[in-house]
Design a protein around this ligand. Structure first.
Ligand SMILES: [Zn+2]
Length: 493
């Protein structure tokens, strides 16, 4: 992995040296190392560890482990992560300043049985994950990343290993225009039969390699029987395994082989997949890391960032925003006495309720920048621009959670941090997206506001975001972490 980052970094264009561009450059590195939610969480973990955060496990008791002024993180399924720093003056019942984001993006995922051949092409069966702009996947060079469960030969344990086959392995070819003269008027395709990547040509000796000797019983066909043998060989080589039989199972997704990069005539853009929503994962992570070292002595709240998997498919999973991941962490923190030991009297429940009533959730997800060629798709007074700062998302029908008290709070923070804000409301004749904001707000009762940086082509294999907006969002989130607990009681609802 490190090899890949370094190669990508050295091939990046040179950028002017100022703080904005440093974050943009850092973000491009993060994107190029985070081709799956597992990789994103791993990379976030390594930034946290570098800044002195300690890893906790949900499997353990936390009695005596949490200290005031301590910095911690915990992961679930290796695809969702919560990190927090405890104020020096923290008491159960005090507020928590929370940012939320998601680690997943629309993608194509390799099916449980993916081996296919057609007209002597080796094809890989894939399943659509989330609401992608699938036509953008045609003719892109596609690579493969995810996690593989590998049997350790010495211990017999099954361990999860990250894998990133950063090579142009697959392709979903379009049909030549000579065979479809109407393609520029109408590009339609069947997602089951035509959104199917080719991976190679079938060698004559591979055509009938289906039957294997069956000396031991296995409830499922082996990995090599279910998947393309050459793909499995590449994984075996990448992970340094002895043979294919060391692999028990995997979760692998496809991604655009073309590296994420700064772009535009002045590097004002970022061209990349997964801007939705690694943008907010990155900004909240860096804001927390900055805020972990400022005025934590005087802080009477907790500063917390959460990034969840499975937003693109509705957040209902054991590690999605609709799970008990965040509520469980809040419960654990509010059942700790000020000295860090467990408060096991019945009043601990009331501490959790007090904390929920005093806390705030900044739900951060990317927003729709106005598109110059489709400007009439936006409401005429609400046209967010790339480079002009975070966008506050408002919806009367509560697809976004912003209301006036939240807006007043964020405006105060942004005024102080010198961060321009933009307002977005969807046009009445247009459909509206949603976020993890309403899900967590209705689950926990915590006050919530939706905001995010503007991008173009949301859910395309390659989206376009703004370099300068990263720095602005980091500043805003840093101000939120530092100032929320002292501001919260001054906004009366
Ligand atoms: Zn999103």
């Amino acid at each position: 992995m490190l090899r890949i980052y370094l190669r990508k970094l050295s091939s990046m264009q040179s950028v002017p040296k100022n703080t904005t561009m440093n974050y943009a450059e850092e973000f491009v590195k993060f994107l190029n190392g985070s081709h799956s939610p597992y990789h994103a969480v791993e990379n976030m973990k390594s930034v946290l560890l570098k800044h002195g955060f300690k890893e906790l496990s949900e499997r353990d008791g936390w009695n005596g482990k949490i200290e005031r002024k301590g910095k911690y993180f915990v992961t679930r399924n290796s695809s969702s992560i919560i990190a927090f720093c405890v104020g020096g003056q923290w008491k159960p019942g005090n507020p928590v300043a929370i940012t939320g984001a998601h680690t997943d993006s629309p993608t194509l995922r390799i099916k449980p049985i993916s081996k296919r051949t057609s007209e002597k092409y080796a094809e890989i069966g894939v399943e659509c994950y989330g609401g992608g702009i699938w036509h953008s996947w045609f003719d892109s060079d596609l690579a493969v990343a995810g996690r593989v469960f590998v049997r350790d030969r010495s211990t017999g344990d099954v361990v999860s290993k990250l894998v990133d086959l950063n090579k142009p392995l697959l392709k979903i070819p379009t049909l030549a225009i000579h065979l479809d003269r109407d393609v520029n008027q109408k590009f339609e395709f069947n997602r089951e039969t035509q959104l199917l990547p080719i991976g190679g040509l079938v060698k004559s000796d591979q055509v009938s390699s289906e039957s294997k000797s069956e000396d031991t019983f296995s409830s499922l066909k082996s990995i090599v029987e279910r998947h393309n043998e050459d793909l499995i060989k590449l994984i075996v080589k990448e992970l340094g395994l002895e043979s294919e039989s060391d692999i028990d199972d995997f979760e692998l997704i496809l991604y655009d082989y073309a590296a994420s990069t700064l772009g535009g005539l002045n590097n004002e853009f970022i061209f990349s997949g997964r801007l939705d929503n690694l943008t907010s994962c990155f900004t909240s992570l860096h804001a927390l890391v900055l805020a972990a070292d400022t005025s934590l002595d005087q802080e009477h709240g907790i500063r917390l960032m959460a990034s969840f998997d499975h937003e693109e498919i509705g957040s209902s999973s054991a590690q999605g925003a609709d799970s008990n991941f965040l509520p469980n962490i809040l419960e654990r923190l509010t059942s700790l006495k000020a000295d860090g030991t467990d408060e096991s009297n019945p009043l601990s429940k009331s501490f959790l309720l007090e904390t929920s009533a005093k806390s705030f959730f900044l739900s951060s997800d990317v927003a729709h920048a106005v598109h110059p060629n489709y400007a009439n798709k936006h409401e005429s007074q609400h046209k967010p621009l790339i480079g002009a700062g975070p966008v506050i998302k408002i919806n009367a029908n509560q697809r976004y959670m912003t209301n006036s008290p939240g807006l007043v709070l964020v405006k105060k923070l942004a005024d102080k941090a010198n961060v321009p804000l933009q307002l977005f409301v969807v046009a009445n004749d247009s459909p509206c997206g949603s976020t993890i904001g309403p899900i967590l707000a209705s689950k926990t009762g915590i006050r919530t506001l939706d905001l995010g940086n503007p991008i173009l082509s949301m859910h395309s294999i390659r989206e376009t975001g703004g370099s300068a907006d990263l720095d602005l969002q980091i500043k805003l989130f840093k101000a939120f972490f530092e100032d929320y607990s002292s501001l919260e009681s001054t906004i009366i609802v």
